[in-house]
Ligand binder design. Structure first.
Ligand code: SF4
Length: 365
């Protein structure tokens, strides 16, 4: 195939376009509506890396598209495999940024933890990604392409059937997804499209550090599940570790959660990272139970992973158990989330690809 390799400089990135706009571009390039559907399926069902792969699309149409648009594809820059089956990938974007995704296999699901930004500007003091600072929002194409590159690699590794081994997505990697809402909403539409990756909205979760207007918009514009990285039970405590709390304190955050449209039987997940000696006392559990009273909530308790250079320490294992027992006794659905991929720095709060080398791995926000 000559002349069609996938990306011409300039023009919009085809993988980032909402379906309607992709159809318009195909029509402008002289293609028929069924060509637009073919292109959409190549991009979002089969995860094509280039226009050259799309051999059933007319060559002339591909050449026109290549002349007027780009097709950005993430390049795999690193892969680390954990003894527990977790895989962490580092991807290089077209402009040289490094971002990470983490694959978490379980007997009943295969989940990808997706990054939403290069770096993060939220400044949570317990999170390595927070120390990187904000780089930029990832495009919709870069969000969905983490899923496509992972699916393709998993097939190569014999981890599932082509074309899509992944069953679940959590937007909990590097960055604050609700700071990238335009890209995120487009990406979710593409990922949930029946002609695309066809994920069920029941199997896609977006996690936030607590951006209240973003929670409202997510509820209004999507049907995916919500997780909130709470991590504290008083404003003084949360202010100290999550600067977002000074803008939207706990009461405002929980009010937005109470108003979040939930389908029958659904709950909001509250992530609670236990920081040894900081938020792991019995009183924290008592306050947490009071805060969540009446909310359809599930609490994920996560023992902190210590990171060099950050001042927090891991909780004693008995504190994790004690908090869970106290919460359950107060009728809060609380589970201890097993830390995965610790040996490859793929656990929560540990994603930080910087300057071409992995310093360690992201946050639950
Ligand atoms: S926890 Fe999430 S929101 Fe906070 S700094 Fe880390 S990546 Fe950003």
């Amino acid at each position: 195939m000559t002349g069609v390799v996938g990306a011409a400089p300039g023009g919009p990135d085809l993988r980032s376009l909402p379906r309607g706009r992709l159809e318009e571009r195909v029509a402008l390039a002289g293609g028929k509506p069924f060509n637009a559907r073919q292109l959409f399926r190549w991009l979002h069902r089969r995860g094509a890396a280039s226009l050259a792969e799309m051999t059933d699309l007319p060559l002339r149409l591909r050449e026109r598209l290549a002349g007027e648009s780009r097709l950005d594809t993430l390049e795999r820059a690193g892969e680390q495999r954990s003894a527990d089956g977790t895989i962490k990938w580092t991807w290089r974007t077209a402009d040289g940024r490094l971002v990470e995704s983490v694959y978490l296999p379980e007997p009943d699901r295969k989940t990808l933890c997706v990054s939403s930004q290069a770096g993060c500007g939220m400044g949570c003091t317990f999170c390595l990604t927070g120390t990187m600072g904000f780089g930029r929002n990832l495009t919709a194409g870069e969000l969905v392409d983490q899923v496509h590159r992972a699916n393709r690699r998993l097939v190569e590794l014999g981890e599932g059937a082509a074309p899509r081994p992944l069953t679940n997505l959590v937007f909990m990697g590097m960055g604050e997804p609700l700071q990238n809402l335009d890209g995120l909403v487009t990406a979710l539409d593409l990922l949930l499209d029946a002609d695309g990756a066809d994920f069920s909205h029941r199997r896609v979760t977006v996690s936030t550090s607590g951006l209240v207007p973003g929670i409202r918009r997510l509820g209004a514009e999507t049907t995916v599940k919500l997780a909130v990285s709470l991590n504290a039970t008083t404003d003084a405590q949360r202010d100290a570790i999550m600067p977002v709390n000074r803008r939207w304190p706990i009461a405002a955050l929980l009010e937005a959660c109470r108003e979040f449209p939930l389908k029958p039987g659904r709950r909001i997940t509250f992530e609670y990272v236990l920081l040894g000696g900081f938020n792991d006392a019995d009183e924290d559990a008592e306050r947490l139970a009071r805060l969540l009273r009446g909310l359809p909530a599930k609490v994920n308790l996560i023992a902190y992973n210590e990171s060099a250079g950050l001042p927090f320490r891991a909780p004693a294992p008995e504190r994790v158990e004690a908090l869970q027992r106290l919460l359950v006794a107060r009728r809060v659905n609380a589970v201890v989330r097993r830390n995965r991929g610790r040996d490859i720095s793929a656990a929560c709060g540990q994603l930080a690809a910087a300057g071409g080398s992995l310093t360690s791995p992201a946050g639950p926000g």
